[in-house]
Design a protein around this ligand. Structure first.
Ligand code: CP
Length: 313
């Protein structure tokens, strides 16, 4: 379980064995989360800064908990209460934070490529917590982990990624991760929300939901990103729900031991029916729990790769 890299910017750049190292390491940390005292010491003495330029509930809290459970010192920054509001550039903000002697930066930003930009002038390990419409690698890893631990494999499974592929960084990270590990991936949504590059990524592309769901093991439902629908790509939410909403009726096409996933936050009754979101086949809250273990694994393995004196308990 080793990874030789300083940063986690996306799953596109990872080798399959590196993805497996993150998943195997997450399995160890997932066990720690079930202990009465959910804390180990491998990042003691290291400082992690969480820079969130976009809203987040799950990812920010999950990283903060992962850092605390690894005994790192941790501080969080959100734009609403920072000097970014006074016109400071991103580069100056990061360089000032780095002058306080920190080791790792977790960053979410509305623009694709910002985590990579930071690597050009920062000495810290950089972890992408979601950059624009590009990637959300730790969400991709926790989705892979959740599927892998349920089915004990990824190769040969049929996974359908439903919804707004145009705006979804989660879909991109899922595609890279799942295809590298041998899963068969289908993307389904309205034609206006299916970018042409999807076809070049080694996945099936469907606009007919029934064809997409036929024989699927896993359906990972993406949020309709209401805040990014500015150019009339969706005629109406009601039409989207009618044509692409995941309902009980539609689940009849799936394989018997099927799984429903969603990265959150859910628009209940739009992309996913209430009773499906809360059904026994839904692993949505398990994804959230697994997210902490996966982020512990990411922070641990990147720090270890940099020779920071860490040991997995
Ligand atoms: N899945 C996810 O990224 O959720 P948040 O936006 O709440 O972090």
């Amino acid at each position: 379980m080793t990874v030789k890299r300083k940063h986690l910017l996306g799953l596109e750049e990872l080798e399959p064995h590196e993805i497996m190292s993150f998943l195997e390491s997450a399995k160890v940390f997932r066990e720690v989360l079930d202990r009465p005292i959910k804390k180990v010491a491998p990042l003691r003495g290291l400082t992690v800064v969480n820079l969130f330029f976009e809203p987040s509930t799950r990812t920010r809290l999950s990283f903060e908990l992962a850092e605390k459970r690894l005994s790192a010192d941790t501080v969080s920054f959100t734009t609403a209460t920072s000097s970014v509001k006074k016109g400071e550039t991103l580069k100056d903000t990061v360089r000032n934070i780095e002058a306080m002697k920190i080791d790792m930066i977790v960053i979410r930003h509305q623009s694709a490529g910002v985590p990579y930009f930071l690597t050009r002038f920062s000495d810290a390990c950089i972890v992408n917590a979601g950059d624009g419409q590009h990637e959300h690698p730790t969400q991709g890893l926790l989705d892979l982990y959740t599927i892998w631990t349920k089915y004990k494999k990824l190769a040969g499974l049929r996974v359908v990624l439903m919804g707004d592929a145009k705006h979804s960084r989660v879909i991109r990270s899922n595609i890279w991760g799942l295809t590298k590990l041998g899963a068969s991936v289908a993307v389904c949504g309205p034609p206006t929300l299916l970018p042409v590059e999807m076809e070049k990524m080694g996945v099936e592309v469907h606009t007919d939901i029934d064809k997409a769901l036929d024989g699927a093991d896993v359906v990972n439902v993406m949020r309709i990103q209401l805040e990014r629908q500015t150019s009339g790509l969706l005629p109406s939410l009601r039409e989207y729900t009618t044509l692409f909403g995941i309902t009980r009726e539609r689940l009849k096409r799936l394989n018997k031991n099927y799984t429903i996933m969603h990265p959150g936050p859910i628009n209940r009754g739009i992309e996913l029916a209430d009773d499906v979101a809360d059904s026994v086949n839904s692993v949505i809250l398990e994804q959230v729990t697994n997210g902490v273990a996966v982020r512990m694994a990411v922070l641990y393995l990147l720090a270890a790769s940099e020779g920071k004196n860490v040991k997995q308990d």
